[in-house]
Design a protein around this ligand. Sequence first.
Ligand code: SAH
Ligand code: SF4
Length: 360
Amino acid sequence: MGAMLNIFDFSFEELSDYFQDELHEPSFRATQVWQWLYQKLCFDFDQMSNLKVATRQTLAQTFSSELPKIKQVRTSSDGTQKLLLELADSKLIETVLIPATDHAGKVRYAQCLSTQVGCPMGCTFCATGALGFERNLTHGEIISQVLAARSFIGDVRPDHPIIKNLVFMGMGEPLLNLDQLLRALKTLNSTHGLAFSPRRITVSTCGIPKALDTLGESGLCYLAVSLHAPNQALRAKIMPKAALFELNDLLANLKHYPLKTREYLTFEYLLLGGVNDSTAHALELAKIVQAMKAKLNLIVYNPTQNAPYKAPSSDDVLKFEKVLWDKKITAIVRQSKGQDIEAACGQLRAKYLEDASAIE
Ligand code: SAH
Ligand code: SF4
């Protein structure tokens, strides 16, 4: 028997075509299979009771429907849960569930997704960057993170989802894996698939020319841009590769990024103690944000192992925030959640690999 195909790597159109062309069955079989997989979280072809038994057998012989294995779960005192997932080739990636309480007092999660094993951008503050780049994730591996997390927390009622929002802020630079990202976004958006509205999905990028335009034209998600410095010189120091796309060019590009009604760009600004958190930096940043239809998230740095940075003092964070508020900019400070569980991007995997090598 040849190598199995992963059912999660098939787009809806591809699976419809497969039924028509290979199995000579009506293409609405794809709708049925997707309902089992993405809405009922049933991954066992034998149980897909509205398919003929022979079809179920063929599917089981042709496709694997295995999800990544959950290798480790860490729960923070603030409720953040971090899952370490093992892919079919035993590479490790991370996905994080960040809790928030909705208006009815119920806990709902935003899930942080990875797009690459490692990352080639090498930002100096980032644990994933320090790991280097191993490979891109496939469509199936990107959406499997959602399926694995939904199965794990028992999020099995599509009419009352517990995971409400998705943010591509895990490991990797999404726009360097553009093809698989776009395919995954389509499946996430699709009413046949996971049915997340584009308003509930945010892709975070350090800014990659051309790919940004393609993502904007797709209209499949919101955009967040990792700025982290208010001028080219400082940005080049802390994100040397990202800064090859000059700040002025990045900003000019974002000026005509297509936004829907009531839609804003989000800038992310990671506050590194004594590096980019002065009043002068805040004033420079205010000018940039004011010139755009944009919101600003300030992220307090979560110290990673062996990194050359420290967290800013809470006084400095307040001062920085006040400068922006005085300029009428809505800046939301996000304390990195899950500090006690190495929840910042790439940290858990780094820790896991270090512990594993310590045991050997
Ligand atoms: N590559 C994309 C998306 C993944 S990184 C990007 O750079 O936007 C997502 C976010 O994780 C970035 O905004 C980055 O600032 C944040 N991050 C990385 N390391 C961090 C750390 N040690 N503490 C807090 N946030 C961190
Ligand atoms: Fe890659 Fe984003 Fe980390 Fe930079 S911050 S190294 S782009 S994952």
